[in-house]
Design a protein. Structure first.
Length: 547
């Protein structure tokens, strides 16, 4: 036996339906029914009044036709009897027009005609004073023959003198019958309109059923709430675009990564982000998976998925920390390579020194040590003499050691002079480190491996120039190399290349400067970076040191 449903279950079974299809259909049917009933009622209300008015005007017209001078002469020349000429004429008119009665009276209100002959000679049951006073009267009233639509006019002789009145009545039941006869046709039209409305409601509800996947309103509300919670809770940026490229929504993480606010929603993507690779990737003008892009100081991984309505949903992942770790790993490897090179060179020098001592060649040993120490000291002194910032000086000394290990000569250009009053030393270290690494890769293997570094100050502007003896950069690629994700090198272990030069240009442009490349003298590539406002005023730097 199946279990008997409980009272709450029975109430749910016969209660308000949950599905969108059912609810919308019932609501639309209720609206269509209500509109049909209202329209029918609004039509029937004036119809009754119109039929009454038509009946009264018809009675008045019959009365006006009856009230002729001939009838007035007959009234004055006879007596009120059932066989008199006035009664005969009145009955003839009544039968011809289909009126309920035609009553002709004198100035005293005495009837000279009536459908019931026994009423002739008696005073009328309704007040005839208005008609006897010369006024036309239309009314719905009750008399000896029941409720009727009446028309009363004065009866005048040839001279225009009022000698009596004519009262014509039309049976009110005939008016009601006409009204009732009109109702079935009206209801037929109303039923047809209701059927069309029901069909339209059904079709609209079916369409909504397909579009909402036959979910209940509560389910849709729950899905929206869950979507909002999910979008704003995940740690990936989500940007939804419509078919025209406008931002439909952005979660909190996307706003943070792109540096935008809630006011960006509803605006075109190109207007909000401006020109650049990030805009091209989000708009779908650059295609692919896990596309690299730089927004401000952040390195982002972007994927884009088109939607059925012509729009798209893009996801953003912050790769800045991972990229920084990768660069720190590269720096650490460079330092390890430098230490390994120094250790190898130091071991060779120690072996040489040990051999000189064992051969009792003490003077030669002293000269050898003096020469070796002098070379390292000269390199460090050459760098620190022209570059006063300790971070940049240490970076170039380390890069010089790595370059020497790889057989590349790194030299400081004669015009180099950079004071120790940088606004952002770490930013300049990033720029110099990226460019020196690229130059070192390019110069390695050339006939005369050489890197020349020039750093100089022009007021508060820092100008950086790094040239190498490599193959150079073709003219058609001199702008492309500054694009995120573009590189001619093999992928490193930690991830993707193609961000170093992009970060260099982004850092320069963020400070109002520029980064460009051209052919160096004697071949190779020459990168020039201009950083306005990169140095503080001399007086300000002195005040900071004094404190």
């Amino acid at each position: 036996m199946s279990p008997v449903p409980t009272a709450p279950a029975r109430r749910r079974r016969f209660g308000w339906p949950q599905r969108v299809f059912s609810q919308v259909l019932l609501m639309q049917l209720a609206i269509a029914t209500g509109v049909t009933v209202l329209a029918t009622g609004l039509f029937l209300a004036p119809l009754s009044a119109q039929l009454d008015d038509q009946a009264m005007r018809r009675a008045l017209a019959i009365a006006e036709t009856t009230a002729s001078p001939e009838v007035a002469d007959e009234l004055l020349g006879s007596r009120p009897t059932a066989g008199g000429p006035v009664q005969a004429k009145a009955e003839r008119i009544r039968k011809a027009t289909g009126a309920e009665y035609v009553v002709i009276m004198d100035m005293r209100g005495v009837r000279w005609s009536h459908t019931a002959p026994r009423q002739i000679g008696r005073v009328v049951s309704t007040d005839p004073s208005d008609a006897l006073a010369g006024h036309e009267v239309m009314e719905i009233d009750s008399g000896t023959l029941g409720r009727s639509a009446r028309g009363k006019v004065p009866l005048r002789d040839d001279s225009g003198t009022i000698v009596g009145a004519v009262s014509v009545g039309i049976e009110y039941d005939s008016v009601r019958a006409r009204l009732l006869a009109a109702i079935p046709g009206l209801l037929a039209y109303a039923g047809g309109a209701l059927a069309v409305g029901a069909l339209a409601a059904y079709l609209i509800s079916r369409r909504l059923q397909r579009q909402t996947h036959d979910l209940a309103f509560s389910d849709i509300a729950a899905l929206l709430a869950e979507r909002e919670a999910m979008l704003h809770g995940i740690r990936e940026g989500v940007v939804a675009l419509d078919a025209s490229g406008r931002i439909r929504l952005m979660n909190d993480e996307a706003q943070r990564l792109l540096g935008l606010g809630p006011e960006a929603e509803g605006r075109p993507l190109d207007e909000v982000l401006g020109e650049g690779r990030t805009t091209d990737v989000l708009a779908g003008r650059v295609t692919g998976e896990d596309l690299l892009t730089v927004r401000g100081s952040r390195v982002l991984i972007t994927n884009r998925m088109p939607t059925d309505d012509g729009g798209a949903v893009a996801t953003l992942r912050d790769r800045t920390e991972l990229e920084q770790l990768g660069r720190e790993l590269d720096s650490t490897r460079g330092l390890i390579d430098a230490l390994r090179a120094q250790d190898h060179e130091h071991a060779n020098r120690l072996h040489t020194l040990l051999g000189l001592l064992e051969l009792k060649m003490h003077e030669e040993a002293v000269e050898y040590v003096t020469e070796v120490v002098g070379v390292h000291r000269a390199t460090a002194e050459q760098v620190t003499e022209k570059i006063h910032d300790p971070l940049l000086a240490a970076l170039l000394v380390g890069k010089a050691t790595v370059a020497a290990e790889r057989g590349v000569s790194l030299r400081i250009a004669p015009g180099t002079l950079l004071p120790d009053r940088l606004v952002d030393p770490r930013g300049l270290v990033t720029v110099v480190g990226n460019l020196v690494d690229n130059a070192l890769d390019a110069a390695t293997g050339s006939s005369e491996p050489l890197i020349e570094v020039e750093l100089r100050a022009e007021g508060r502007t820092a100008v950086l120039r790094i040239a190498d003896s490599g193959l150079g950069v073709p003219p058609d690629q001199r702008e492309l190399i500054f694009t995120e994700g573009w590189s001619t090198k093999e992928l490193p272990v930690h991830g993707k290349r193609g961000l170093g030069l992009a970060l260099v240009r982004r850092l320069a442009e963020r400070q109002g400067g520029s980064a460009r490349v051209r052919e160096a003298q004697g071949g190779g590539a020459e990168f020039t970076v201009v950083l306005p406002e990169a140095l503080t005023e001399p007086g300000l730097a002195a005040a900071v040191e004094a404190r």
